[in-house]
Write a protein that binds this ligand. Sequence first.
Ligand code: ACO
Length: 429
Amino acid sequence: MSDSATLTVDGKNYDLPIVTGSENERALDIGKLRSQSGLITLDPGYGNTGSCQSDITFIDGDKGILRYRGIPLEAFADHPNFVEVAWLLIFGHLPNRTEYEFFSRELTENANIDEDMKHHFAGFPRSAPPMAILSAMISTLSCFHPQLFDLETDDQLEKAAARLISKIRTLAAYTYRRSRGLPYIYPDPKLPYVSNFLHMMFSEVYSPYVPEPEVRAALNLVLILHADHEQNCSTSTVRMVGSSRANLFASCAAGVSALWGPLHGGANVKVIEMLESIHKGKMSAQEYINAAKDKSSDVRLMGFGHRIYKNFDPRATMLRDVSEKLFAKLGTSDPLLEIAQNLADIALKDEYFLERKLYPNVDFYSGIILRAIGIPANMFTVLFAIGRLPGWIAHWHEQNSDPNMRIARPRQVYTGNGLSHYVPMEDRM
Ligand code: ACO
């Protein structure tokens, strides 16, 4: 295989080196294209653009493969431990016992937020969108940890990561409690990560909430399946912001904002809204599918389609299995799961979806699982953010450790007015 390509423009040849990744993905290196030829590339939505080289996550969208630091996602189905996966993503290897116990202890010790931070919650309306609060509160955290702005050593990185990963679940739980007018429940140092989150969400002052082991396992797995997905919109945002040397807190707060959008993390809320509207009889499943295919409508089959996966999304397959097991164990059912399965059955036989390679994505089933656990729909994207945080930290760190890092600054092809002149107000039409 050749290690360069030749671009011919106006009779002149330009050699473009080909970079090959460890899984044989190949990319044209256009780093010198503009200086040599005056040309730039144009790729709206970046579907053909590699923004970096990364060691963290490998995806083969055609084969439905997703691996964290080389380990296939499926390996975690029988070992659903989010803390272990967070360490793996950030530090590049599974933690040994000492590392795991040390990191778990750091998470426990950092679960509380500064008492002064609690006053900020009172400043938001009760109806405030939880993602707005989360983004603002992660930014606010930076004010309480200015010693962690420059992360030069592994030790400093570990401290900042532990604070963020631990406190995000406290912030999330307090957001929920505040929206319901409930008293805040302090973290319990005896509980592991996911149980402690559920405790802060659902315990009452004199009545601790004790989750079933299956609920803990399901939530651990949901968080793991969201933990990283290489250069997706929110992670690229974290890298973009971090490339200006903004600190980790500020960069992750921006990641939360990017995740909020309905075409990204916000899709899990939209899936439930779609399923509920079908359940309430506003439309049948088939009518919804027809509307999603109709180009004159702005309806999309939410939870379907993915920029990268063109075969199946392994996360959706695992979540479908988890949802079935969870309902069997809890002895409950959810009509929305049945509707989702019905929609998937119809869509997966429909030419429109087959031709465009649109398959269920991670958001299609995650909301149903979160509902079964008792998480309200407006908190779904917050749960996604808790899961995605280790990935954001890992990418921020990878980029900041690169001695060749440059500020991210794309170019454009200008299509506006030619040279125009200032017209004084009185002479304007
Ligand atoms: N329902 C109906 N049609 C769809 C859907 C859908 N869910 N998704 C894509 N299409 C159609 C598009 O209309 C387009 O059709 P055309 O070629 O006839 O114009 C074609 O499929 C390609 O779609 P694009 O929007 O170009 O695909 P892109 O890669 O840009 O978008 C995205 C991917 C945003 C995920 C899209 O599939 C979508 O909007 N899905 C629904 C929202 C969703 O579930 N988002 C969560 C994604 S996973 C995540 O962020 C964790």
